[in-house]
Write a protein that binds this ligand. Structure first.
Ligand code: F6P
Length: 599
């Protein structure tokens, strides 16, 4: 029997005062069954009202009385927390969980209809409800023979039409069939874009630069990125490049992003001043969903590579956004391996049961850490220099996706979503912020190690190779965080009493260790997709829209207001006036800036 509860599906409405009101959260009756809870969730009940959420809240007390030092001695527990799938080894034994915790988390997944939401994503439902769009970055890495239907249409042939065009174009540029306006081959590429149109491609480029096959394929070629509107970034991106040999790829989903468009205009004049007006046709191409604006900018739509509104910017690295610049640098074959790796993880995510599903497990453990243990940040720590741009990329994907304040129904959430992501490759990070992680705040860590390094250095006379040395630290850090060091141990090490409090490590600090067999285009694709999907899992459980980004709008609007006022201030003595509508602080700050300008 379905209990009658006052579930409210309120559209966001106007208060009498004129301000916008969030719908009120609804409360659930006590003791509902799991199936009823799932139904209630589908109807819009807050996740905090679900029995599984409440059970996890209670369960925190059980975990608070444990220490990882002891949990790690329980071999049966450890065996259940090590998962190996698709060649990826994941050790979750250093999470503050027991089998019971996992069971509660699976129950939460069930009650929040996680499987149904995953299926809705893969089947092209408009799960990005505030923008009325499907969320189908998985289609950008589908095999040619897969079928993915969006609004009644199979989009895989469209995806492959663009991929085929990228292959043909990148081959021509790389083999010298496509030449610059003065007849020289185009050996350098400058990719202009920001946010999702930059961080993903930068991550993959950085990951592949020293991979032997990719290195061979990119000999004599250069790929640079221009993201920031800061003229310093322009100078650095163009420094030393010969315009006669340079191809510029303007990457913008909307083709309206102020920074990207200004940088594109700047680089276009750099080309025209040196090579003449005809240079644009041979030296500039674009990636966008807005082919009309590409044309208006002066780039022939023939030289544009499209994608679709169902690919979110931060999830677009597998579309032309990433594949075009990276295929120009490394060749299309290597990018196909990358796409195949991402596709492998998509299939795993879609098909594996929760218990064996790596993105689901990682996502659920993050929910536990954030919403139940109260750890609001996580550190992404690859022990692999090639993965040095993973943290900045995931920082954007995660924080733009899951940093939300209301649920899918517009109800203000009574808890904070999202995580603060940061990270650096090991061992560099150890000499930077690990002090805080070991003795200051508790920050769950995600260690990522590689079994076979892209490069090897083994000096004669050394005990271990450079890579072994790196991995010794990878193994040691996780245990140091988990076990810590007690006063008793310090005393038996003859540490003087006055130093003991300073040298105690409380331990019990959670981490997970992920090992990839190698760092190749394929495994980088797997890793990328694994992180994308764990972020989706978290959003699905919190019942937020992980695929919109209204939070970045306000700053853009205000910057545009400042731009307008600054322009008119230049014509009247370089002064912003009180009637321009800024507060005292902003007016004074802009005037201080304008006073100090020499041009
Ligand atoms: O920063 C907000 C954002 O909209 C990102 O989501 C997006 O990746 C980025 O700006 C760039 O947008 P575009 O590709 O349209 O230039």
């Amino acid at each position: 029997v379905v209990p009658r509860v006052g579930i409210r599906h309120l559209p966001v409405g106007k208060c009498p005062s004129g301000s916008i009101a969030s719908p009120e959260p609804t409360t659930a009756p006590r003791n509902v069954t799991a199936a009823v809870a799932k139904m209630l969730h589908k109807k819009g009940i807050l996740v905090t009202e679900l029995p599984a959420w409440k059970a996890l809240k209670e369960h925190v007390h059980d975990i608070e009385s444990t220490h990882l030092r002891d949990l790690l001695h329980d071999e049966a527990r450890c065996m259940g927390l090590i998962k190996e799938s698709e060649g990826i080894y994941c050790d979750f034994t250093r999470q503050r969980v027991t089998q019971r915790t996992l069971e509660h988390l699976y129950e939460l997944a069930e009650q929040t209809n996680l499987r149904g939401k995953i299926n809705a994503m893969f089947s092209g439902e408009h799960i990005n409800s505030t923008e009325d769009r499907a969320v189908l970055h998985v289609a950008t890495r589908a095999h040619r023979n897969q079928k993915i239907i969006v609004d009644g249409r199979d989009v895989v042939p469209d995806v492959w039409e663009v991929l085929d065009k990228i292959q043909a174009f990148s081959d021509k540029v790389r083999n010298g069939e496509w030449l610059g306006v003065t007849g020289k081959p185009l050996k350098s590429v400058v990719a202009i874009g920001i946010g999702g149109s930059f961080l993903g491609p930068l991550f993959v480029h950085t990951a592949l630069r020293t991979e032997p096959n990719a290195m061979r394929a990119s000999r004599d070629r250069t790929l640079r990125f221009l993201a920031n509107v800061d003229p310093i970034d322009v100078a650095r991106a163009l420094d030393g490049l010969d315009p006669e040999e340079t191809l510029v790829v303007v990457i913008s989903k909307t083709f309206t992003t102020a920074e990207t468009m200004l940088n594109a205009r700047t680089v276009r004049s750099w080309l025209i001043e040196r090579l003449g007006q005809d240079a644009v046709a041979k030296h500039m191409v674009a990636v966008s969903t807005n082919l009309k604006l590409v044309k208006e900018f002066g780039i022939d739509p023939e030289n544009a590579f499209g994608f679709w509104d169902w690919v979110g910017g931060r999830y677009s690295v597998c579309s032309a956004v990433g594949i075009l610049p990276l295929a120009l640098q490394y060749g299309f074959d290597i990018m196909q391996e990358f796409l195949a790796g991402a596709n492998n993880m998509d299939e795993h995510f879609k098909n594996q049961p929760y218990q064996d599903n790596l993105p689901v497990l990682i996502g659920l453990l993050s929910i536990w850490n954030v919403s139940f243990l109260g750890y609001g940040a996580k550190a992404i720590l690859p022990y692999c220099q090639a993965l040095s741009k993973l943290a900045p990329h995931i920082q954007q994907v995660d924080m733009e996706s899951n940093g939300k304040g209301v649920d899918m129904n517009g109800v203000r959430l009574p808890f904070e979503t999202g995580e603060i992501d940061f990270g650096e490759p090991g061992t560099n990070g150890q000499h930077s912020f690990y002090q805080l992680i070991h003795q200051g705040r508790v920050i769950p860590c995600e260690f990522i190690g590689i079994v076979r390094s892209q490069q090897s250095v083994y000096l004669k006379g050394e005990v271990v190779s450079n890579h072994d040395e790196l991995m010794c630290n990878f193994f040691a850090q996780a245990d140091a965080l988990a076990y810590g060091k007690t006063p008793e141990q310090l005393r038996s090490d003859n540490v003087p009493d006055y130093l003991i409090p300073h040298r105690v490590f409380t331990g019990n600090r959670p981490s997970m260790s992920i090992m990839l067999p190698s760092c190749t285009a394929y495994t980088v694709g797997q890793l990328l997709a694994m992180y994308e999907h764990r972020i989706a899992v978290q959003g699905f459980i919190w019942n937020i829209n992980s695929f919109d980004q209204w939070g970045v709008e306000l700053g853009k609007v205000l910057a545009s207001k400042v731009r307008t006022v600054m322009n008119s201030a230049r014509t009247r003595d370089r002064k912003v006036l009180p009637q321009d509508g800024f507060n005292y602080s902003t007016t004074r700050m802009i005037n201080k800036y304008l006073e100090g300008k020499t041009q």
